[in-house]
Ligand binder design. Sequence first.
Ligand SMILES: [Zn+2]
Length: 474
Amino acid sequence: MKLLVIGIDALMPELVFNNLEDYPVLKKLVISGISGEYDGYVYGYGSHDNWTSLYTGLSPKEHQIIKGIYQPSGKLPRLYDYSSTETIWKILNENGYKVGMWKGLVTAPPEPIDGYMVSGELAFDEHFEDPEIAIDGHMLCEKDQHLIDLFEGEFPKRPTPKSPDQFGYTWEELFNNPQLVNNLLDENYFEEGYQYLKDMLDYSLLNIRKVNEKEKVDLFWFYNGIFDYLGHFTMHDFNRTQLKKAIKLVDDFVGEMLNIFQPENVIVLSDHGQKSFIDHFPNCDIELQKESFGLADQCLFLGDNILMQARTGGFLTSLHSLKGTMILNGENFKQGKLKGMRNLDVYPLILEMFDCIIPKNRKGLIHPVLNKEHLKNPEQQYKLHKPKVNEKVLIVQTCEVNVFNGYINDFYNENRFSNIFIFGKEKYRSVFLANQQVSGFYDMDQPLEKSVFDKVLVPYVNAKTKELLFTNIK
Ligand SMILES: [Zn+2]
């Protein structure tokens, strides 16, 4: 098989790359391949948005799945919302390659492809219950129904993180005295989530093995979202005990998948990372944390930690963050360190690996990671587009910090070769510097040497059209 893709939602690069000694399979892939962190869509963009961009090479604004909602319908996204775009499986099929899709996010209801598509999403809380796409089990289109007969084992049941009443408290009591939480949550909080991930990976392996014995494909794409679920409810623990154990499960899983498929190439990736709430506000007092956090009303502020009331009743402790994990290994890849890669670059990379022509109007670029002399799509090469030096852009803070982070995000997504600096109120310095899209900060109340920057931009939102505009005042 040419390529195995293993997608682990929210797998954090710092936890993987800083603890490689504990993950022998990933370590081997890192040492003999090319790897690093890469950029996903965050600040107003969710997992559905990111995975659809990976499948289509289109930005969330282009495929219109934003914050996990297909904007024209106002509903959770379906495969048919974007299946008319040139999805990666469609192009590979047109070029004679078979594709196996396994539980990809936003691939329900499944469509018939050359190969097979096993879909059906996990409903992580009642909010996501939607029988057309979410089930505890599998969805296959009619053509692939025969594969169901091969399936064995019991589909694992989703656990819900414990809520205060299971500890004998109400949320009201906790909001009145947030320090009580310190007595409730330890590193084992939501260990049921760890067990759920283990059961699901075991169950997946059992059935992937059987399906692969029956039907061979050229690209197999696996996805699982439980790591993201576990992360959201365990990052109150600064040691990341559950998550480190969970990456060990992922490591074993990747090893088993390599045994099953013996692929020529493998890509292990996540769509973004995760950071605890508190890590977004380093060195800030509680008042500043509350003022800078858009979701403060639903949170318990402990000073050294922030916890949020989840819809399911449990304790949420983290948000998605910019940097996802990317590990590339195999015959087609060089060795080394990955730099400057973004979500949209994955689609052209995979198409180039298979010698397929990349559709017009895709903005992603092919990074110099392939062992290939003559590219099928030479005009999409990263080196042709990347300037020698990135431009330096100063953006003037014009509103509250949580809203302003959204403006920065917009600019960042559209201007990948700009280094962003913020001209803002000094008290927000550490909050802005915790934003991985920001390269530096300047105090608004100090004199400024404008000549250092290529542009000085003032953002403003047109109240009628909601359009965000940047005026260059340099
Ligand atoms: Zn995600």
